[in-house]
Design a protein around this ligand. Structure first.
Ligand code: BES
Ligand code: MN
Ligand code: ZN
Length: 520
């Protein structure tokens, strides 16, 4: 693993393979550092800019050999876009692009100067570290021969001003921890379903939990049957691979919250669709249908690694969805853990079945202050939002807005969709309390969430549909093709934020007094 550190002294006085410098789009006075580097390179950067050879466009990269005129062997220029539109996400993307160039040249060390002059030091340093480490990730577990092993950046230093050192150190720590656990989530998502089985995921969760003093529990099928998690057991019935309900609890010594925060992640290790079988095209991608579970796992591990004082419980319902003589059949009715009966119209709408039991079991067992569930739940969210945003739905406006805001800040963006009363009519059943798919076409992401709403009662709840964002089909700045490890960054920051600033009671209808008291 790459060693990351801070550099609080002059970056020009340190030997390195590559010095990373940002270039903004448009005119404007270059920073003193950029001017000094340009002088050392006899005005080459200025010339290139004048000729339009570098323009500072987002993610543009150029590698300039210094031929001994600087202590760094190369200067790596990376475009940052317009100065006024710089965000942690643009730093993350720029750092990802820079790291890809480092990789292609096999350069073993780098100093990034992109945090210098930014206002939010902690956020900038975190983004730079994440962009770099996440960009260098490759999934090579099954590649032979091993020459294909990933390139290793040995040391990566982030230059910061001495006076911002402690904020920078916290940003660095967040960046390292979140990257490491995002990579763990990516690995689980990229592993094929014959490797990342419910058993294997439980074992991984147990080992990782043990290292951090997180408590671990796992229930097998007999126990789940006895406890009445029949919706989960029903989905698992069609598969020969044993199902698990995996529960982790991180309870810090002095938690800031008196009731825990509950995280529930869909851990469907392979979704064939069951009897309502999916088309074969791209079915192999359904090994990633456990990305929600990987995200909650990566999140609780991050919270523990960062020693954040928030009491958190994660529940991961883990199973395959397969066709067989024992599989759920369209028309079957099951009684869920909370007693509601469900008519299964389409066995491919299995995520909501396993989440239904995981949600109501988690809520009844742990009495959380709030619950967040994350799932690759619907193809419809791909239609609605594509790869640019995850779907946010829930029963609490305050929690939805907080989620949207943290999404914006962390670059794992989401956008709210409505849960109007009328949508609930679409999941009424003729023979049971509810059915698992909408009776009319349309609004598939919403009817999925409406279904889940039946299993959370009045606990503040937010549902994240990551089916469109959990994997990418081609390389992006810091997302190599494959599983993204989506949600670890968003939920780590969201849970920290919700621990530090609990949800306030929903606004009542009574008018709020503003300024002077109103006369009757
Ligand atoms: N795992 C899928 C959703 C999915 C689709 C994830 C595409 C990633 C990419 C889920 O279990 C599913 O099959 N949903 C169905 C629901 C439908 C039958 C109501 C869907 O979206 O088609
Ligand atoms: Mn499905
Ligand atoms: Zn699924």
């Amino acid at each position: 693993m790459t060693k990351t550190d801070l550099l609080t002294t002059d970056p020009l006085k340190r030997k390195t393979s590559a010095l990373i410098l940002g270039i903004f789009e448009g005119e404007g006075t270059p920073s003193p550092l950029l001017s000094a580097v340009d002088r050392a390179l006899e005005g080459e950067i200025g010339r290139m800019r004048k000729n339009g050879e570098i323009r500072g466009k987002a993610e543009e990269t150029v590698l300039l050999p210094t031929y001994g005129r600087l202590l760094a062997r190369y200067v790596l220029l990376v475009g940052l876009g317009k100065k006024e539109s710089i965000t942690p996400e643009s730093l993350r993307k720029a750092s990802g692009s820079a790291a890809s160039l480092l990789r292609s040249r096999n350069l073993p060390e780098a100093i990034s100067t992109l945090a210098l002059g930014t206002t939010d030091t902690a956020g900038s340093v975190e983004a730079i570290v994440e962009g770099t480490l996440l960009s260098l990730y490759r999934f090579v577990a099954h590649k032979t021969p091993k020459e294909d092993a990933p390139y290793l950046l040995k040391t990566f230093s982030v230059a910061v001003e001495k006076k911002t050192e402690s904020l920078a150190a916290s940003g660095l720590r967040f960046g390292e921890v979140i990257s490491k656990n995002t990579i763990l989530a990516r690995d689980l998502g990229n592993e094929p379903a014959n490797v990342a089985t419910p058993t294997m995921i439980a074992k991984t969760a147990e080992e990782e939990a043990r290292k951090r003093g997180i408590s671990f529990l796992s229930y097998d099928r007999e126990k789940l049957e006895r406890m009445g998690l029949n919706a989960l057991v029903g989905v698992a019935k069609g598969s020969d691979e044993p199902a698990r309900l995996i529960i982790l609890e991180y309870r810090p010594k002095k938690p800031v919250n008196d009731k825990p925060i509950l995280l529930v992640g869909k851990t469907l290790t392979f979704d064939s669709g069951g009897i309502s079988l999916k088309p074969s095209d791209k079915m192999e991608q359904m090994k990633g249908d456990m990305s929600g579970g990987a995200a909650v796992l990566g999140t609780i591990l991050s919270l523990a690694d960062l020693a954040l004082p928030v009491h958190v419980v994660t529940v991961m319902p883990a199973t395959e969805n397969m066709p067989s003589g024992r599989a759920n059949k369209p028309g079957d009715v099951v009684k869920a853990y909370n007693g509601k009966t469900i008519e299964i119209i389409n066995t491919d709408a299995e995520g909501r079945l396993i989440l239904a039991d995981a949600l109501s079991f988690g809520i009844r067992t742990y009495h959380p202050a709030l619950v967040i569930d994350v799932a690759t739940l619907t193809g419809a969210v791909v239609v609605a939002l594509g790869g640019q945003a995850l779907g946010i739905l829930g029963n609490n406006e305050g929690l939805i807005e907080r989620t949207r805001k943290v999404g914006e800040e962390t670059g794992e963006r989401g956008w709210p969709l409505p849960l109007f009363e009328e949508y609930f009519d679409q999941i009424k059943s003729d023979v049971a309390d509810i059915r698992n798919t909408g009776s009319k076409g349309g609004a598939g992401t919403i009817t999925g969430a409406a279904f889940l709403r039946h299993f959370v009662d009045d606990t503040p709840w937010v549902h994240l549909d990551i089916a469109g964002t959990a994997w990418v089909d081609s390389n992006e700045a810091y997302k190599p093709k494959g599983n993204v490890g989506m949600g670890v960054r968003l939920m780590t920051h969201l849970v920290k934020d919700l621990g530090e600033h609990p949800l306030t009671a929903p606004k009542t209808a009574a008018p709020r007094r503003v300024g002077r008291a109103r006369r009757a």
